[in-house]
Design a protein around this ligand. Sequence first.
Ligand code: DX5
Ligand code: ZN
Length: 223
Amino acid sequence: MEIIIAPSLLASNHACFGEGAKRAERSGADWLHFDIMDGHFVPNISFGPQVVKAVRPLTKLFFDIHLMCSKPDILFEAFAKAGADGMIIHVELGDQIPSHIQKIKALGKKVGLAVNPLTAIAAIEPYLEQIDLLLVMTVNPGFGGQEFIRECLPKIQQAAAWRRDKALAYRISVDGGVNDETGADCARAGADTFVAGTSLFGAADMKPAVAQLRRSVSEAVPH
Ligand code: DX5
Ligand code: ZN
């Protein structure tokens, strides 16, 4: 599967999101990742549909909206209208997942399902046939700049094994503490979609940082 590099706007300068988005596109990124935090599902608040809408006309990048929210459904329509291409919800929301998935699909958007470090990957298995992307969180969500949790790597292997055995086509994404080295470990385990905030937006020059991450993960992908 083609490699996707998705810089996370959370790590950009919050005084100028548009500049951050354009910088990611100029630097050769494939997607732009938006971390939406509600102060309830995670102990932090970030930004909402208004920011997505304001940034939308400035770039052609695919908008990957990661909803770290207890009630994401109240904003599905707003994010869809604002320019989301895909929306990711968390499997920790339990029995709400089937209706959330249907609502996102009804809006014509790609559906992602994320799993936190402390949640077993088995929670995602019932939904594999319905999703476009499986996001393995490699930090506890809520903040950028945290250290990669290596114990999450076997979940990526499991996600890849299911995809192969069931002949499915969902993307396998990783998010949290991803850099050249940890990204390569994820690629080796089966990841193809790499969200990175600090390691890309924190680079003095983002273009070589994106190229280096792409090279490291591409070389590590099992053939
Ligand atoms: C964590 C977010 C991540 C975060 C990644 O709550 O979901 O997308 O922005 O940031 P880094 O790459 O800095 O760990
Ligand atoms: Zn994220």
